[in-house]
Design a protein around this ligand. Structure first.
Ligand code: ATP
Ligand code: MG
Length: 237
């Protein structure tokens, strides 16, 4: 069977000389798909994202993108290969304007970025209105839009999002999910961690439940939502 477009396969590793946090953890996403990682606090969801993005020494296992092994590449090199990452925290420059944040996002590009910036503004019209405001002055949901927009500026083939809806209201969460679905429909793969497990699995082609750095349950979003054990343990019944 062909490899998924992006796969972190049987990743084992931790921070520095510390103990392993991930234990043979496998995460994958196909072209234009939405894959969602859920699980309890401290399960290693962010660590798994960092491992896929090259911010963690993977002691064993491999990461492959479009059939090529990228396990040894730096995060910068992965961006050059088409990966974008929005980390869980510190994902914008608060003192810089919205537009400057988008320009910073395009740092690796040598070509004209204005078309991409217009696409980001079309996706998140409020950012066009606020383009000259300091990003730090925006609401939580708008700051997350800046973070996602910034990652889109490199025209990634895979967009990795660590808790894009953290701290936003249910309405803003629904809106962000709609925008994320829109991005996926353009053929970009989405790999995201979500605290709002039920809502995220509803839009997920693939779902991963991680527990203590291991794959506990894997399936389509629909299958996981219907799984009595997943419902009881992770979705509040
Ligand atoms: N920079 C770090 N250095 C050392 N240990 C870390 C570091 N970051 C996370 N850990 C540890 O790794 C484990 C997994 O943390 P991680 O942040 O990946 O979990 P998570 O599933 O993303 O949790 P949350 O839902 O709270 O975001 C935890 O035991 C945590 O203490
Ligand atoms: Mg996390």
């Amino acid at each position: 069977m062909a490899d998924p477009f992006l796969i972190g396969e049987a990743m084992t590793g931790g921070y520095g000389k510390g103990p392993d946090i991930l234990h043979e953890c496998t995460i994958a996403v196909d072209k234009g798909e939405i894959a969602v990682i859920v699980g309890p606090n401290g399960a290693g969801k962010s660590t798994a994202m960092k491992a896929v993005f090259g911010m963690l020494d993977v002691r064993s296992g491999a990461v492959r993108l479009d059939g090529r092994e990228i396990t040894a590449l730096s995060p910068q090199d992965r961006v050059a290969r088409g990966m974008g990452f929005v980390p869980q925290t510190s994902n914008i420059f608060g003192a810089m304007s919205v537009e400057e944040n988008l320009e910073m996002g395009a740092f690796i590009r040598r070509d004209d970025i204005r078309g991409t910036m217009e696409q980001v503004y079309d996706l998140f019209p409020i950012l066009r209105d606020k383009r000259h405001q300091a990003a730090g002055e925006l609401s939580g949901g708008q700051r997350q839009q800046v973070a996602v927009g910034r990652a889109l500026m490199t025209q990634p083939q895979v967009l990795m999002l660590d808790e894009p809806t953290a701290g936003v209201s249910p309405i803003v969460m629904d809106e962000l999910f709609d925008r994320i679905i829109e991005v996926a429909r353009t053929g970009i793969s989405i790999l995201m961690v979500e605290q709002n497990a039920r809502q995220a699995l509803e839009i997920a082609d693939k779902g991963y439940v991680l527990v203590q750095g291991r794959n506990a349950h894997t399936g389509s979003g629909k299958d996981l939502l219907a799984d009595p054990e997943v419902r009881r343990s992770f979705l509040g019944g």
